[in-house]
Each structure stands twice: as structure tokens, then as C-alpha cells.
Design a protein around this ligand. Structure first.
Ligand code: ZN
Length: 110
């Protein structure tokens, strides 16, 4: 008969209780469908000529940024009268010119 020497662990090393996982999947914004589509306005990076927006799959849009002249009143209210604005030909994201590369010497502040 061999005596088994069981190690006497006085305090069993129990793992610390894991923090409760936050249910991030449950956080769905239901207000998105009711709200009107918000016009996204970004600022162009220096020498940026194509859109750098990414869609839901993470694919780069890369649409051409075209000068947009006949923008509606809502946009005009945001960017100001006679403002220089560019729009992506694909995702319609608006781009303001880089403030450092303003063709005019004056700076408008709102
Ligand atoms: Zn785009």
C-alpha cells in the first residue's frame, strides 16, 4: 500500500472573477432609421483627391472628389455662402477644402 501524499493546499487558487461582459450587441440605435440622412462633411487632407470613406465592409470608397456648385440650402447653411465644397461621386460625402490650402487669402469664421 503506497501512501499517496496529496498536497495540502490550504487556499485553493481560484481565478479572480471575470468582469461582467458588456452586451455590446444589444446596443442598437433605433433612432437611425427615423432621423433624416445626415450630410457628412469632412475636411480634405492636403492633396487629397479621392474619397477615403470606408463602407460597412471596410472597403475604401476612393471616389473622385468633384467640385460641387449647385448644393442645396441645407448644405449652404452648414458650409456658408459661396463656400468651396467638393463631393464624392460615389458616397456623396462632402469635403471642405483644406483650410491650409485655401485659394483665397481671407478666412471665414462662423
Ligand atoms: Zn466616397
Amino acid at each position: 500500500m503506497a501512501e499517496e501524499t496529496t498536497p495540502q493546499s490550504a487556499s485553493p487558487a481560484a481565478p479572480p472573477p471575470a468582469p461582467p461582459a458588456t452586451p455590446a450587441a444589444a446596443a442598437t440605435s433605433a433612432a437611425a432609421e427615423a432621423a433624416p440622412p445626415e450630410q457628412k462633411i469632412k475636411v480634405r487632407k492636403p492633396r487629397q483627391r479621392s474619397c477615403d470613406e470606408k463602407d460597412a465592409k471596410g472597403k475604401l470608397c476612393a471616389g473622385h472628389l468633384k467640385r460641387w456648385y449647385d448644393y442645396p440650402k441645407e448644405v449652404k447653411a452648414k458650409i456658408g455662402k459661396d463656400a468651396e465644397i467638393y463631393r464624392c461621386e460615389f458616397c456623396k460625402t462632402l469635403y471642405k477644402p483644406d483650410p491650409k490650402q485655401m485659394p483665397h487669402s481671407f478666412t471665414l469664421r462662423y
